[in-house]
Each structure stands twice: as C-alpha cells, then as structure tokens.
Design a protein around this ligand. Structure first.
Ligand SMILES: [Zn+2]
Length: 267
C-alpha cells in the first residue's frame, strides 16, 4: 500500500514538474518570431459572421457572436500571447519575407454584415487589431449588410481588409471552373473599384463549398482561397490556396485554445 502511494505521488509530481516546465518555456518564448520552415506554427484563422449587441439576437452560434464575447475572446487571446495578423502578413511569411510570432492568428468575417461595421470595426480600430471582412458584392448596402461608403471608411482606417466572398453567394462547387473564376475576378475587381485601389486577391468560398478544378483555376490565377472546414493551419503544410478556418462561436478563451490544440493534433 505504501509503495503504491509513493508511485502515485511520484507520477503526480512528475506531471506537475513537466507542466510547470512547459508553461515556463511557453511564457519565455512567447515573443519569439520564426521564419517559415523554422518551427511548425499553428495558425488558426477564425471565421465569424455577424457581431450583435445582445444574446437574444443569437439564432445560430456560428452566425452571431455578441460584442461582449467577441471582445473577450480577442483580448483574452492577446493577453495570453496570441498575435492577430493580416493576410498580407501571412502571405509575406509564406514567401519567406517575414517572420511570424509563435501564436499568430487571423480574424475574419464572412458575408459583410452590418455588425462588422458597427461593433468589430470600432473595436479593431481602438486596439489596432487587423481584421478581414469578406463581402458578397450583390448584398453590399442591402438590409443587414454594410454599405460601400462604410466599406471605404473601414478600408481607410488600415485595420480592416476587405476581400471577396463571391458576387452572389452561390454553391460554387456546382460551377464550371471558368464560371467560378469569372465570378471571383469580377467580385475582386468591383471591390478594387469601390475602394479605389488594388487589393490582395483573397477569396472565401460561400458555405465552404468547392471542387478541386475550381480550386486549381483560382490558384493558377493567384487567388488565395479560404475554406470553412473547422481545421487549423500548420505552417509546415501551409497552403494559401486552401486555408483552413475554424469557428470560435461564442466560446470562452480556454475552449478556443483547447480547440486550436485538439484540431491541430487531430488533423
Ligand atoms: Zn457566407
């Protein structure tokens, strides 16, 4: 009996020492930056849709996040050493032109809802956090979606990047590759025209639906592509023509971190 107790105590002590060592190492290296290939970084890209004021406005957890939860999530992650980056940062890193911090992540919003302008944008500006909004051209300025004037204002602030979520939010996996390309390039060109400058060619598939032919034709045309597959990017297999994105939903910070770790371990 005494021997068994000693063994258990030994195991518990070892776990505590290992855990403490890991935490000390993690905190000590929190501000380290790495070139691509140097370290297998986990780079989660968060997909949000709308930000709302009150909890009773939430219909689906993946579609609406409250302002309070969103701010808590982002500030909580930053406090723990996570660094929000832009697509420009990610691309420069992928090209070997820039180092990324150990715990980089991206914040994206699909569809171009009004809540992005009303809640996410002022928050991003206040804390100087880069965020990305993917617009559906046909919906800009219609009920529930922000206008081109608001898009220009956000774009000028320097903290919001606006890219394409297609012209009309179709199921593009059923499109011929050339028709998909036409839709996406028209969408990107129109955004450039509205913003008055050229933009990085970044596209997000509506409903996360795609096919390989479509993906290839966009890749051949240099268009960076986002999926919605609830996975986490790992820098050793980083593919900017098929970026994984995960849902933070209305989860607390600890749950988001667990999800990042679990998903990057699992997939
Ligand atoms: Zn969408």
């Amino acid at each position: 009996m005494k021997k068994a107790l000693k063994i258990i105590l030994g195991i518990v002590l070892t776990i505590i020492i290992l855990l403490a060592g890991f935490i000390i190492y993690d905190r000590a290296t929190i501000n380290n930056t790495y070139k691509i290939g140097e370290k297998n970084l986990k780079i989660p890209i968060f997909v949000y849709h709308d930000i709302v004021e009150n909890e009773d406005e939430i219909q689906f957890d993946y579609m609406q996040t409250t302002k309070e939860t969103f701010e808590k999530q982002i500030l909580g992650l930053i406090k723990l050493g996570y660094k929000p980056i832009s697509y420009e940062d990610l691309i420069a890193y992928n090209n070997g032109e820039k180092e990324l911090s150990k715990k980089s992540f991206l914040i994206t919003f699909d569809d171009g809802f009004e809540g992005v302008y009303k809640y996410a944008y002022p928050f991003a500006k206040q804390h100087n956090i880069p965020i990305t909004s993917f617009v559906i051209n046909y919906d800009v300025g219609t009920n529930g979606y922000y206008t081109w004037d608001e898009a220009r204002e956000m774009d000028k602030s320097g903290v919001v990047s606006i890219y394409s979520h297609s012209l009309k939010h179709d199921e593009y996996n059923n499109y011929l590759p050339e028709d998909l390309l036409k839709d996406v390039t028209t969408s990107l060109e129109e955004i450039e025209k509205e913003l008055g400058h050229s933009i990085t060619k970044v596209f997000t598939y509506p409903y996360g639906l795609y096919n390989e032919e479509g993906k290839n034709i966009l890749k051949d045309n240099g268009i960076i592509q986002n999926l919605t597959d609830n996975k986490v990017n790992k820098s050793k297999e980083l593919n900017i023509y098929g970026l994984h994105r995960m849902y933070p939903l209305n989860d607390p910070v600890w749950k988001i971190i667990l999800k990042i770790e679990y998903r990057s371990f699992r997939y």
